[in-house]
Structure formats: structure tokens, C-alpha cells
Design a protein around this ligand. Sequence first.
Ligand code: SF4
Length: 61
Amino acid sequence: MKVDVDMSICLLHGQCVIAAPAVFSFDDAGGLVWVAEVDEGLRGDVEAAADACPEQAILIG
Ligand code: SF4
């Protein structure tokens, strides 16, 4: 599955990092980074992250 984040609306609160730490994280500069091609086994975590994102910035393909 493909995962993308609309960085034009992401406000970096980190809810996604809490919900799916294997997919989303903050880099040393405080920017959000994520795995773009995620194993199907992590779909539940990614969907939880998308639900938790207050900006609806997470796109699942
Ligand atoms: S929860 Fe949404 S807005 Fe917040 S850091 Fe994650 S993707 Fe960005």
C-alpha cells in the first residue's frame, strides 16, 4: 500500500507517529518522514494514523 502525507496541511502534531511508529517519525530537524510503500500487515496502523490525524493529511493508496 502507498502512503503519502499532504505536507501543505500537516501541522506536525505527531499523532501519526504515536499511532504508527513503524511508518511515521520525525527526523533530526523535526520534519515528518514516512515510509511511502508499506507492507499490508501495517494497514491497520496506517488507517489508525489517518483517523488520528486532525488535519486529514494522510493519504492511503
Ligand atoms: S498527525 Fe497529521 S498533521 Fe499531524 S504530523 Fe501526522 S500527518 Fe501531520
